[in-house]
Design a protein around this ligand. Structure first.
Ligand code: HGA
Length: 606
């Protein structure tokens, strides 16, 4: 999704802005641009494609100044083009925007009637002209921004500069994230603190409706009502793990291999030898957990698959009813909430627009809890409780370590609630011991990389693939199919294997690779019968199984043997080879693994 960087300093900020954009590249975008105040005028540079294109243009024709803003755009209104790229300007004003101004057409007409000419197709251009029109009245950028945001329906994070107030960056947020970076005699803004880690480790996380005026000397923040407010400065101390790919060719591969370590981090301090330490969920957790009778999970994409897996766990181990729904659907329908239901959101970034909207629109719940990877994100701040996944920054657009750490975090929640319901202390001990074994088992599975790479060759020329699983392995199959779609662009679908004969079996022929997630569990025999149906139609099977499952290689079956693992962690373990499979297929196909086409990290628009 779009990224924003801005700076007010006593040195040239152009390079700081460009470096900030590079650090936001992982979010996915289609064009980039920057605006710097140079000699009392706005200097603009824009380019379609990667930030490196913008850097090339910039190097040929540099601009220099001490105040500026920059942007990576992921188009929502108007094609990816240089004209539509941000910043958008209106005479002496330049604007960068994340989000969507829903009433842009109406505003556009009003501004046209006042004589403003529009050059782009974006909703953002109305922001620039509207601020300009208000600036004429007050001569103050902050006042003009305050008046403009009062006219917007929709979501925005905005960064604005004016050549007539050349020492200031103003910004505002509503529905999209924005932080202020606190420096020494220089201050910054960004949509994500990662963009500014090169210049500061101190941040102010703006709250919904906040507006800030940033100069080299001061940061002034105003709340929704326009009242001057103090927001805490947070010093971030975590090591910036995302800074480079290290020995790995792609962030995604690095993140796959980080899983043993980060899964250990997710567990650390949250489990003793035999039980879950529920203080990890926060001081208020106990009082809330004591009352929980049902769970509603809301999430999108990969996080939704984590929620689907957790549903099996909640109902099987804890006996607690659990519903799971994609947030983009849930937010727009009438729902009936059972008494004492806990609202659980799952999101890597904590800024997923649909999930956040579902939380904001939720009514009648006992309380809310988020499973999230980004501290200080909107979901974390707006939920009653949170459990951080501690996966570290995830840069690859296709989620890997964030997913498996979500599963661990959700399992901790299932146990903490389950012990108040039907879960026995013996079951809790069994589950916790399996979790302790998880990092080592993941290491073992990652050693199968070369075998998986070989297996990937059978997929690279295919146009379609089916993924099958039963029970809790069905959402694992869904996640496997999603990974393959995302990064190799092969059409992949997942089905609960028992559903095959109700339709999808018609697709199976010798050209259709069929992946089966087949650990030795109580549904294995059922799955085997379903796989017979595939073989009888000439389908090629690729089975991920353990020795106990009893599969053997033959002309139509390739088996990838995984270590025997406790059933409770099998969904986590079996995800890893599926991630590696997608990765290697994508490499063979030559796609952009870390930034697949049309996709974005941290989906901050609806
Ligand atoms: N609506 C704006 C910004 C889009 C955005 O925030 N994407 O993540 C545009 O289309 O330019």
């Amino acid at each position: 999704m779009c990224g924003i960087v801005g700076a007010a300093a006593q040195r040239n900020v152009s390079k700081i802005l460009l470096e900030g954009l590079k650090r936001l590249e992982y979010r996915g975008y289609d064009s980039a641009g920057l605006a710097v105040i140079e000699e009392q005028a706005i200097g603009l540079r824009k380019a379609v494609g990667k930030v490196s294109e913008l850097v090339n243009k910039f190097d040929q024709d540099p601009i220099k100044g001490i105040v500026g803003i920059a942007h990576t755009r992921w188009a929502t209104h108007g094609a990816p083009s240089e004209i539509n790229a941000h910043p958008h300007s209106s005479d002496h004003i330049a604007v960068v925007h994340n989000g969507i101004i829903e009433n842009h057409e109406e505003l556009r007409q009003q501004l046209k009637d006042k004589g403003y000419d529009f050059v782009s197709e974006t909703d953002t251009e109305v922001v620039a002209h509207l601020i300009h029109s208000f600036f004429i009245e007050s001569g103050c950028l902050k006042t003009a921004l305050r008046q403009a945001v009062g006219s917007f329906d929709g979501a925005y994070a905005l960064g604005v500069i004016s050549a007539q107030q050349p020492d200031t960056v103003v910004c505002a947020r509503s529905g999209s994230p924005l932080v202020v970076g606190v420096g020494i005699d220089e201050n910054f803004i960004a949509s994500d603190q990662l963009a500014l880690r090169q210049v500061t480790d101190r941040f102010i996380f703006l709250e919904e409706g906040d507006l800030a005026e940033v100069t080299t000397e001061a940061i002034r923040i105003f709340d929704q009502q326009g009242e001057s407010v103090e927001r805490p400065v947070v010093q971030l101390t975590d090591v910036e793990e995302s800074a480079d790919k290290g020995e790995y060719r792609h962030y995604m591969l690095k993140e796959i291999h980080e899983q043993p370590r980060v899964l250990g981090n997710t567990l650390q301090g949250r489990v003793s030898k035999h039980s879950v330490l529920e203080e990890a969920f926060g001081a208020e957790a106990k009082a809330i957990f004591d009352q929980v009778e049902a769970i509603q999970i809301l999430a999108c994409g990969t996080s939704y698959h984590a929620g689907m897996i957790a549903k099996y766990w909640f109902e099987d181990w804890a006996g607690i009813p659990c519903a799971v729904e994609v947030a983009s659907e849930y937010r727009y329908r009438k729902t009936v909430v059972r008494p004492n239901t806990l609202f659980v959101s799952v999101s890597q970034s904590g800024e997923t627009a649909d999930t956040l909207a579902a939380l904001r629109g939720s009514e009648g719940y006992l309380a809310s809890l988020t499973v999230c990877n980004v501290a200080n994100s909107s979901l974390v701040r707006e939920s009653d409780l949170c459990l951080m996944t501690l996966a570290g920054p995830e840069i690859g657009v296709a989620s890997t370590k964030a997913f498996t750490t979500q599963l661990v975090a959700l399992q901790l929640l299932v146990i903490a609630l389950g012990r108040r319901a039907k879960m026995t202390p013996e079951k809790e001990t069994e589950l916790v011991q399996a979790l302790h074994a998880l990092p080592e088992l993941c290491e073992k599975v990652l050693k199968l990389d070369a075998e998986i790479q070989q297996l990937s060759e059978a997929f690279s020329e295919k146009h379609h693939a089916l993924f099958l699983g039963r029970g809790v392995e069905y959402p694992v199959a869904k996640e496997g199919a999603l990974k393959l779609k995302e990064i190799s662009y092969i059409h992949a679908e997942a089905y609960p294997a028992g559903e095959l004969k109700h339709g999808p079996l018609a697709l199976v022929d010798s050209d259709m690779p069929v992946v089966a997630v087949a650990p030795n569990d109580q549904l294995l025999e059922k799955l085997k019968s379903n796989l017979e149906e595939v073989q009888a139609r000439g389908g090629k099977l690729f089975v991920f199984a353990d020795e106990q499952s009893g599969f053997a290689n033959d002309d139509n079956t390739t088996v990838l043997l995984l270590p025997d693992v406790p059933g409770s962690i099998a969904p986590i373990i079996y995800t890893l080879p599926l991630q590696l499979l997608s990765y290697h297929v994508a490499i063979l196909k030559g796609t952009d693994v870390d930034q697949p086409r049309n996709l974005a990290k941290s989906v901050t628009v609806e």
